[in-house]
Design a protein around this ligand. Structure first.
Ligand code: GLP
Length: 252
């Protein structure tokens, strides 16, 4: 583990090792503080971590019964029954396999009629739960966290987002065709994310190397939303070697 500008950075030899280390961190939180509030991410990156957490539940009795969760985001509009919804993803990858209480699970409603109300309520529910203890993040190639796209200002709270072309393009691999990718999403704001007590960001693959170096060493600015993490007091990056490859350029 390296310490770069106060941020902890783990560089692991493979995707599997990265996933195991991430699951160990999340698992330790669940074991030590069984009523933790977890902030959860979707996308391809954390699939291995969820698989390992399910194994820890099945083989080691990791207990999720008192855990409360808030997911970062959901496509809009999209039915939760759709195979591409983040609701479906979470059921498939984690919630359907562990002993979490259904009413402890929170994911923005991609079918909400009153979007502003949905966003306000989501934020309120996070506050009422006492805030997020541990937030898991992936990262978009453009530095988006949750679905907070590059912008002229950091979004504070849960809000509706217009997805940029690059994100629609990148996420089209999960849909039958690019036309089916929703053009909007509901996402926690940068403010909601940054208030989490601890943050763990996972990234793997060569295509993430540039944005990881930028996130850790670049100027903090809303045009690269992930750079805000430099200001957070407790951030851990868990990377595979490929995603960490460009950090060397900045190391003395
Ligand atoms: C998606 C999600 C993010 C995720 C990112 C990276 O758009 N909204 O939460 O971190 O893209 O996805 P992947 O892990 O598939 O590279």
């Amino acid at each position: 583990m390296k310490n770069i500008k106060g941020m902890k950075v783990y560089v692991e030899p493979s995707y599997e090792a990265m996933s195991r280390v991430a699951a160990q961190l999340v698992g330790a939180q669940v074991r030590l503080y069984p009523n933790s509030v977890l902030g959860l991410a979707t996308g391809g990156t954390p699939v291995g971590m969820y698989k390992e957490l399910v194994r820890m539940y099945k083989e080691e009795g990791l207990d999720f019964s008192q855990i409360i969760t808030f997911n970062l985001d959901e496509y809009y509009p999209l039915s939760r029954e759709s195979d591409q919804s983040y609701y479906y993803y979470m059921t498939e990858n984690l919630f359907g396999h562990v002993n979490i209480c259904k009413d402890h699970i929170h994911i923005p409603n991609g079918e909400a009629e009153d979007v502003d109300l949905e966003c306000r309520n989501y934020e309120k529910q996070i506050q009422e739960a006492g805030g997020i203890d541990l937030q898991v993040l992936g990262i978009g190639n453009n530095g988006h966290i949750g679905f907070n796209e590059p912008d002229d200002a950091f979004a504070k709270t849960t809000h509706r987002v217009d997805l940029v072309e690059e994100t629609i393009q990148a996420n089209s691999r999960f849909f039958d065709s690019i036309d089916q990718v929703p053009k909007q999403a509901l996402s926690m704001g940068i403010g909601s994310i940054i208030q989490a007590k601890k943050i763990v960001l996972l990234a793997n693959g060569a295509h993430k190397a540039k944005i990881i170096a930028e996130t850790i060493y670049g100027d903090v600015r809303p045009q690269v939303p992930s750079t805000i993490l430099q200001f957070h007091p407790d951030v851990t990056f868990i990377l595979d070697q490929e995603a960490a490859a460009e950090l060397k350029k900045y190391e003395k």
